[in-house]
Write a protein that binds this ligand. Structure first.
Ligand SMILES: Nc1ncnc2c1ncn2[C@@H]1O[C@H](COP(=O)(O)OP(=O)(O)OP(=O)(O)O)[C@@H](O)[C@H]1O
Length: 784
């Protein structure tokens, strides 16, 4: 049974039961009567949705609650505790004072998952965890499926946990798993409940993840200078930061430019070397970073979005990629509409992002991240480039996000917005923390007349404030909270992630696979949308280039094309070279600049949980189809003017020609993906692709006799052109018909040779694709 609410207004107390919506107003029909001297109707409504919510009416002095603009206000109360909350509705001093309290007697025993430290006996061979009534251990959480995970005891291997692939992932020691072996001391999380295996048969619930907070204790961060190969001593840019933030609070980080605000956020993302401790919801970022990142969303300073798409499409795709935005299409549409309304995006949804102003792009960028209802939202200067009105509405939206229980941290130079935050952190020169506390007291603490004055002190005379901060209560409180073990079994670890401990549970088939499979079709749709958005001229290039290659090859060929009598065709080798070159170049050019150009967007999406494997697979699928189509166009253009080869090995001259060209184009497309995943900039990708193209021509085996150059031959065997040329030469019997053909062993007119060469091209396509995925994953996870 949910809890009743006692509402106190002007010394009169009304008890409300949790059903429907209750009006507070002057009318006789109001559930809570208040005398407001002629107010037009209800001034607020109360509603129970798992907790009580106060919603001020829109005419109440800009819907202020305790002087802060609110569309809804969560009422935090604990049944059974003598807690009371008061709010002033309307102006700060004269508004209506409302008191709220919960009944001292609990309406019902609290659900087991709230009890903390509850013990479960694992006497049976199998224990089911889930939200359904049939589960042995009931975890009543929205993200938990009816049968979510199973603990099973095996004779030989002992206890193991298996995730059923429904609902939120299961984590063992902060890593998503599908299956893991558990030993005494291991901890795992299902939904919002965390469990520790105390011994073979005893499982203890150790904490409830939701509702906890951000604890940063004595955090220092450093960068290694990239320009000095050795010794690369890290340079400290953040020095002894401590923060204690409750869930539902907004932290504003301020300070002069270059003092380390963004570095603090990078530390929260695990992208910079740190010392000290960083805990979110009791999870240590050093050891359980993956789980924290799954709960967090980061809005970077720059706008990393696909600029050719519309906000409507970007939001739609993000909602499908992020599970928190809703499971059904209707839920996702509702969530997008809600976010669009908060951020005033409704009029922008159908215009390409590149046509939007800086502030409009920034709003879309924030919208994408809040869609998934993160529990930790970190925003690097979210209100820069926004006018004061929009900045205010962004802060209001962040307040509603925070009221949902999300912890929000943002950096800002807009000091007039600080009043909307619950806590302010001032960072001064040298990355030293100077102040942490209420926004109202920050100027007094510095003895500053205004924020310009404060910033000057923070930049040029930070010593006194830094000493005050160190001697103040925050570092000691943060150290105390960070030292208290969140999970009794988890050993304290340094914040810089180390190699997994020897007793790390063995993982198999991480849930990342499940995500990747779910995201693949969405990402294919995105690639197609990006293609369409390139415009007609750019799209026309895709068939035009191979058509040109096919026509030029035909014009340079002899009348017999690739065929002819034995040793008679003087142009066969050159024709073969042109056909292969056209397809290999066209295939590589589809992809070599693709990943590198999208890297900032991919990095942002990776942080939100988009699988790099699914990204590469989606690109390979879309560009693979295009590469095959291009090969067919080359064949068509060639065959318009020239006859087919006189011999073939597998399916006839035309089909063999198409297969060889398509296989070469596919492998080259995949090699292009590897180039674009590895290149740090688009310019470098162009250079690498040009070098690769030169090698593809020179080492294909048709210009140089590679049998005389073992090193060049070995290098050529890594290139698609070498094997595609060999396969086509084998099929068309180039050694037989071509005048002056090189005595290349790979060109022998035998079906086995051609099949092996096509097999190598297929292996190259898969191998280069897998390598692209690995390189992309490494680069996405790499620290600053
Ligand atoms: N990748 C990096 N490698 C080396 N030094 C870096 C790197 N990124 C930032 N820095 C340095 O760290 C310091 C803090 O930078 P940071 O970007 O955190 O400052 P900030 O307070 O966010 O600045 P702003 O308000 O201008 O955005 C600066 O001296 C900066 O030059």
């Amino acid at each position: 049974m949910p809890d009743a609410l006692y509402v106190t207004v002007h010394d009169s107390v009304t008890r409300l039961v949790p059903s429907g919506e209750h009006a507070i107003g002057p009318d006789a029909g109001s559930d809570v009567r208040v005398d407001l001297g002629g107010a037009p109707g209800p001034v607020a409504w109360l509603r129970y949705i798992g907790h009580w919510i106060l919603r001020p009416a829109s005419h109440v002095d800009e819907t202020l609650v305790d002087g802060r603009p609110r569309t809804e206000q969560l009422i935090h109360l604990e049944t059974g505790r003598d807690t009371k909350v008061t709010f002033r509705l309307g102006p700060v001093h004269t508004g209506l004072l409302l008191g709220f309290s919960a009944p001292l007697q609990a309406a019902a025993p609290p659900p087991p998952y709230r009890s903390g430290g509850r013990l479960h006996r694992l006497d049976d061979a199998m224990t089911v965890l889930g939200s359904g009534a049939g589960a042995d251990i009931v975890v009543p959480d929205l993200g938990v499926a009816a049968r979510h995970a199973t603990l099973r005891r095996r004779d030989v291997t002992g206890l193991e946990i298996r995730d059923h692939g429904q609902g939120d992932p299961t984590y063992v020691r902060g890593r998503r798993i599908m299956w893991a072996r558990l030993r005494a001391g291991d901890s795992f999380t299902v939904g919002d409940s965390a469990f520790t295996l105390l011994d073979e048969v005893t499982l203890r619930e150790t904490r409830q993840v939701r509702g906890a907070s951000l604890v940063v204790s004595d955090l220092s961060a450093a960068y290694r200078p990239a320009w000095r190969p050795w010794p690369r001593q890290p340079v400290t840019k953040l020095d002894g930061l401590s923060v204690v933030l409750r869930s539902g609070e907004i932290l504003a980080v301020v300070g002069p430019s270059g003092t380390g605000k963004s570095t603090f956020f990078k530390a929260l993302r695990g992208e910079v070397e740190t010392s000290g401790r960083l805990l979110f919801s009791g999870l240590d970022l050093a050891t359980e970073g993956e789980q924290v990142r799954d709960m967090a969303a980061f809005v970077p300073q720059q706008v990393d979005l696909h600029e050719s798409l519309t906000p409507g499409r970007v939001l739609g795709q993000a909602a499908r990629l992020l599970p928190g935005a809703g499971t059904t299409a209707a839920e996702r549409r509702g969530r997008i509409a809600e976010v669009a309304a908060h951020l005033d995006l409704a009029g922008l949804l159908h215009r390409p992002i590149r046509e939007l102003s800086g502030g409009e792009k920034r709003r879309v960028s924030i919208g994408v991240e809040v869609l998934g209802r993160p529990r930790l939202l970190v925003l690097d200067e979210p209100t820069s480039a926004l006018d004061a009105g929009i900045a205010r509405s962004v802060m209001r939206m962040l307040r509603t996000v925070a009221d949902d229980g999300c912890t929000v941290a943002l950096s800002t130079h807009a000091t007039d917005q600080l009043g909307d935050a619950d806590k302010v952190l001032v960072i001064g020169a040298g990355g030293r923390p100077l102040y942490y506390g209420e926004p109202e007291a920050v100027l007094d603490d510095f003895g500053a007349s205004g924020f310009a004055d404060l910033m000057e002190t923070a930049r040029h005379r930070p010593q006194e404030a830094a000493a005050r901060f160190r001697a103040g209560p925050v570092p000691a409180e943060a150290a105390r909270l960070a030292a208290a073990p969140a999970t009794p079994a988890a050993p304290a670890t340094p914040s810089t992630p180390a190699a997994p401990p020897a007793d790390e549970p063995r993982m198999r088939g991480e849930a990342t696979w499940r995500r990747g499979v779910r995201q693949f079709p969405i990402l294919v749709g995105r690639e197609l949308a990006l293609l369409r958005a390139r415009g007609a001229l750019a799209l026309a290039q895709i068939p035009a280039v191979p058509a040109l290659g096919g026509l030029l090859a035909a014009l340079g060929a002899s009348a017999a094309g690739l065929g002819g009598a034995e040793g008679d065709n003087r142009h066969a080798v050159q024709t073969l070279t042109l056909l292969i070159t056209a397809c290999v170049f066209a295939g590589q050019s589809l992809t070599y600049g693709d990943v590198v150009a999208q890297f900032p967007v991919l990095r942002r999406e990776w942080r939100a949980g988009v699988s790099p494997g699914a990204v590469i697979a989606a690109k390979a699928a879309v560009f693979g189809v295009l590469a095959v189509l291009q090969a067919l166009i080359t064949v068509g253009a060639f065959r318009l003017l020239r006859p087919p080869a006189t011999s073939s090995l597998l399916l006839g001259p035309d089909a063999d020609l198409a297969i060889c060209l398509a296989a070469g184009a596919l492998a080259a497309m995949s090699a292009g993906l590897l180039i674009s995943a590895a290149a740090p900039t688009v310019e470098r990708a162009v250079g690498w692709a040009t070098a690769a193209a030169i090698c593809q021509v020179a080492l294909s085996g048709s210009l140089l006799d590679l049998s005389e150059h073992p090193v060049l031959s070995a290098a050529g065997s890594l290139l698609p052109s070498r094997w595609a040329t060999a396969a086509l030469a084998a099929s068309s019997d180039a050694r037989g018909v071509a005048f002056g053909a090189p005595p290349d062993e790979l060109w022998r007119h035998r079906p086995a040779f051609m099949i092996i060469e096509l097999g190598v091209l297929l292996a190259m396509t898969i191998g280069y694709g897998c390598a692209a995925r690995l390189v992309l994953r490494y680069r996405l996870a790499r620290r600053s």
